[in-house]
Design a binder for this molecule. Sequence first.
Ligand SMILES: Cc1cc2nc3c(=O)[nH]c(=O)nc-3n(C[C@H](O)[C@H](O)[C@H](O)COP(=O)(O)OP(=O)(O)OC[C@H]3O[C@@H](n4cnc5c(N)ncnc54)[C@H](O)[C@@H]3O)c2cc1C
Length: 359
Amino acid sequence: MADILIIGGGVAGVTAAARLAEDASVTLLEAEPSLGYHASGRSAAIFIAQYGNETIRALNHASLQEHHATDGGVLTRRGLMLVGRPQERAAFEAEAAANDMAPITVAEARAAVPILNPVTCAYAAWYDEAYDMDTHRIMESARKRARSLGVEIVTGARVTAISRADGHWEVETAGRSFRAATLVNAAGAWADEVAVMAGLRPMEIRPFRRSMARLPAPNGADTTGWPFMDGVNESWYAKPDTGGLLVSPSEEDPVAPHDAWADDMVLAEGLARYEEMVTAPVTRVETSWAGLRSFAPDRTPVIGRAPDCPDFFWLAGQGGYGFQTAPAASRLASDLLMGRSPALPATVVGALSPERFAA
Ligand SMILES: Cc1cc2nc3c(=O)[nH]c(=O)nc-3n(C[C@H](O)[C@H](O)[C@H](O)COP(=O)(O)OP(=O)(O)OC[C@H]3O[C@@H](n4cnc5c(N)ncnc54)[C@H](O)[C@@H]3O)c2cc1C
């Protein structure tokens, strides 16, 4: 019998496994044939320190140092440029101010990204604390550490039933049964389903689809040094990617948990919003995909013991921040599960706790 059984092999489950294995025997079950198949394999791989609400920002800042240190460092500075259309002045100014972005001239913006259209791009602002994240290395480094500390990682192991017997959990997959003292629910878009399977109250964690397209380099330009670009109110974003450009319509369409794919119409509309801001037409989409960003109603992750069962631990609702917050989130999970005083401030721990939804 394991001390802790983690359900879900995305970034949340794998980083928690690596951390918890320092103090406990851990088993991790992943439904798919490989780790990181769902949201964790589909992200934009960007770290933006000021992204998210106050609690997310606290997790971002508490994660930064570890990201810089993990495996020799997994962050490379990219910078972020917010661009606004002439009719978006008020929204642009509010967003730039709320996110500590420094206004720059359109000429400066075009020096950074020469394809910006000087007619439609009326405003620009710059933010330095945005980094490319090597998400593959984050996953691999955590997986290797977990394995070296004895974590049993079982892929192709979809949990189909969970029951309680003699004070421990019995967990069924198609091929095998597992027993554990404590369950960690790191099931991403399926987190509520897992709670219900365990006979517990769901947290109303809802998945929202977000699509992404990969374009060849616009006009054959060298995109390597371009910043991450954001439309006002996250109406689209673009990020250089191995010689090309990733463009997302930034949609948040509510869906049921599933193996997501890009919606052609949503993608086309998002690409049109990007195209309006540049002089290089979109001639070809090399590939596209979508993933699910799962949010609790207050858009803050849910990390802590279930109010209705202390042996069930929530590590879910990471939304669009699961990679950038993973170091602090996994540390908090391990502190709470091991009975240590969390390194994060009490207000942040409280804002993340499932207790906030207790009736
Ligand atoms: C398009 C897009 C762009 C993003 N960009 C960024 C970004 O730039 N920066 C950032 O930090 N974050 C980003 N995110 C968010 C980030 O990807 C997620 O927050 C993070 O991957 C969530 O990790 P997770 O482990 O909770 O979920 P997942 O990666 O979805 O993992 C959950 C796992 O649980 C498994 N599971 C579910 N049910 C069961 C079961 N019954 N039995 C066994 N296993 C089960 C699933 O198969 C799945 O693999 C983005 C997300 C998307 C979709």
